[in-house]
Design a protein around this ligand. Sequence first.
Ligand code: PLP
Length: 383
Amino acid sequence: MRKTYLLTPGPTPIPESISALFAKPIIHHRTPAFQNLFEEVRHGLKYLYQTKGEVLLLTTTGTGAMETAITNLFQKGQKVITINGGKFGERWTQLAQTFGLHPIEIALPPGDALEPAALEECVIQNPDARAILFQASETSTGVVMPTEDICRIASRAGMLSVCDAITACGVFDLPMDTWGIDVLITGSQKALMLPPGLAMISLSEKAWQAHERADLPRFYFDLSRERHAQTKNQTAWTPAISLIQGLQESLRMIRDEGLHNVFKRHELLAKATRSAVKALHLELLSKKAPSNAVTAVIVPSSISDGKLIPKLMRDKHGVIIAGGQDELEGKIIRLSHFGYCDRFDIITGISALELTLQELGHSFELGHGVRAILKTYSENPKP
Ligand SMILES: Cc1ncc(COP(=O)(O)O)c(C=O)c1O
């Protein structure tokens, strides 16, 4: 017998109370039962997003919602600024190019966060750009970006701030209305503790005005059509009903814990993970702005094939973590600590990492990672 532990930055583990819902008979979506469910979910999403605006549900994954933002906000040929801090920032550039926009990309070295001054400079050079497209948390490098600064710069320049918060929303504080985030996107298989298949997007008034003028081709992902239906507790098309039933439960769980307690839990888990990394003589990829969602760790030079770490952890110990992507393949590993994740999940992950590092000949004291975690917990009582 061997248990499996999922410590990847999406999909994340699913609580038993949510999995159990998927065994229930399906309900029809054009019924009062669905409308009641949907009404509660709409309120829960506004709480999660910290907005008075509508948060629209789409049956797609995060990338589908990113594409929706592009096709619903812009006109062909318009200029946008993209912040490329890794694979997902690069995706904004690719999407913009695909739909005939003119992206100006700020490319960051892997592991670096955006310096607001660099963005200010880019905005001065490109006053005709319509929007700044960025990640609140760049999952491929485990970096948190300065969302509040980005929104302030965008607002001053009359540009839209379009925030992919797919591994940020429900992980750390991103108050949409207070910070003036114009577009906020997330997906179900992350902090919402659900299987993949749902994405959420909310637009500020300024973004809705841009939507009125947008002329890129779209049909299925048309936000006017969705807003019209969803404010009546319906959806334009057949929705992923079972996932929405799961979402009702996950939003209840978040509300019961309290959004800010959820953030504190993630902060503690991230802090404990980072303390273990240091104790194991390893280095974080992000020195200055590590994300509370996922910790990216540089593979030590003593290990020639970095891809072996996630492979052995999975095959020998049943602990699934992520490796690096593209240019970071084999160079980093990523341990996730958000969603349905508590203090003892991190201990399991670090224990498996320690055994694996020992097998691969890395030099450290066995148990020091776990000890560092326990020390962090004892010094920071459970939120
Ligand atoms: C920050 C970020 N953006 C976009 C995506 C793409 O989302 P999906 O794979 O759900 O389409 C991911 C997925 O991991 C992500 O972490």
